[in-house]
Write a protein that binds this ligand. Structure first.
Ligand SMILES: NC(=O)C1=CN([C@@H]2O[C@H](COP(=O)(O)OP(=O)(O)OC[C@H]3O[C@@H](n4cnc5c(N)ncnc54)[C@H](O)[C@@H]3O)[C@@H](O)[C@H]2O)C=CC1
Ligand SMILES: O=C([O-])C1=[NH+]CCC1
Length: 340
């Protein structure tokens, strides 16, 4: 009989996952994904609308030949959730690729929050303007917090502005993060003059307009993952140089790309690899959909390990082994572009 899969809960994932280790894995995932050489098999996410409850369930499988990693993320995103419940909840399943048996079940919500923010940070590292003084965040939920955390760690912003539909949630956000945040009364006020803008809303109509965006600024467009949803207006989509995590996904899932008819300039993985240029002097926009969550790349110091070896060990070994499994899954997930 196959060994029972191990379970890695949200608290353990949060303990084990560090941005310092995550960033290079994701850069590698972006590059591998954008090679399009058949070594990473990762279809565009399959999404089931749950209309009766105003939500969606997305399934994101991938197989990476090089690291022999087979996993899937399952994510639900609902518009109305009970108070205190995140609109996005995810689970990651890791399989033994040789026989398809289930090896690990892990919380994917923290992974999603951190992976997505880390990929936006990578896009910003490559596409950033010369001046990095003002960061603007539109939205104040889970992604706003993870983006705030990594962006203030990685870049020397002097000012962070936030706007949210309700001032109360923007103020709650400002109280939750470590550091000064200017709560703005309008999205326009938050965006004017900002060097980097991040949109992390559940909006289905534009909240960011090209006329507000400073020429040469960089935008990370993280929300609006349905073909009929928008966060940007046409002017911004057409005037900015457009980078995406996955061209295939952007043309199937992104309302901002599909409905504006904007041309895609490059995948982020091509920029990281150096095969397409980073046009930093222009206004740039990175449309993130989460196409490489887990990657087929195994961190050099972390060997793949089987669930069967976990149970005779001490707690310490168990945690260490879980960390290995977590990384293996991340590596896989990274491919869902770092659609963490
Ligand atoms: N690209 C990627 O890889 C990923 C993208 N996402 C997307 O990022 C966005 C934020 O996700 P979370 O922070 O987890 O969600 P959340 O539910 O925690 O926060 C959503 C935020 O959007 C605001 N909002 C909701 N409806 C709005 C509207 N009509 N106009 C303006 N603001 C509105 C809410 O007030 C809240 O501040 C979502 O669109 C989500 O689908 C999430 C995970 C991965
Ligand atoms: O990658 C992801 O988990 C998601 N992207 C958009 C909605 C959820």
């Amino acid at each position: 009989m196959a060994d029972a899969p191990i379970f890695i809960g949200a608290a353990e994932v949060a303990d084990l996952l560090q941005y310092g280790a995550l960033l290079p894995v994701l850069e590698r995932a972006l590059v591998d994904f954008s090679k399009h050489d058949g070594m990473v098999v990762q279809p565009v996410r399959s999404t089931v609308p749950v209309d009766k409850h105003n939500g969606f369930l997305g399934v994101m499988p991938a197989y990476m030949t090089e690291s022999d990693t087979l996993a899937t993320k399952i994510v639900r995103f609902y518009h109305q959730t009970a108070f205190g419940t995140s609109s996005h909840q995810a689970t990651v399943l890791l399989f033994n690729p040789s026989d398809g048996s289930l090896r690990a079940i892990m919380d994917g919500t923290v992974i999603t929050e951190m992976r997505t923010a880390a990929v936006s940070a990578i896009a910003t590292k490559y596409l950033k303007p010369d001046r990095l003084e003002t960061l603007c965040i539109l939205g104040s939920g889970a992604q706003a917090i993870s983006h705030y955390n990594i962006f203030t760690q990685m870049f020397p912003f002097k000012q962070v502005r936030v706007w949210s539909r309700s001032r109360e949630s923007a103020e709650r956000f400002a109280g939750q993060v470590q550091g000064q945040v200017q709560v703005c009364t309008s999205a326009r006020e938050a965006v004017l003059g900002a060097d980097v803008v991040i949109t992390v809303t559940m909006a289905s109509e534009p909240v960011l307009f090209g006329e507000w965006v400073k020429p040469g600024a960089h935008v990370n467009a993280v929300g609006a993952c349905r073909p009929e949803w928008r966060e940007m207006d046409d002017a911004l989509m057409k005037n900015a140089v457009l980078y995406v995590d996955s061209k295939e996904a952007a043309l199937m899932e992104s309302g901002d790309v599909i409905l504006s008819g904007a041309d895609i300039f490059a995948e982020l993985g091509e920029v990281v690899k150096g095969t397409r240029p980073a046009l930093c002097e222009k206004t740039t926009l990175f449309k993130s959909l989460g196409k490489n969550k887990q990657e087929a790349y195994t961190m050099p110091s972390i060997q793949f390990c089987t669930a069967s070896c976990l149970f005779p060990f001490s707690t310490h070994c168990l945690i260490e082994s879980k960390q290995k499994l977590l990384w293996t899954s991340l590596i896989h997930l990274a491919h869902h572009f770092s659609r963490n």
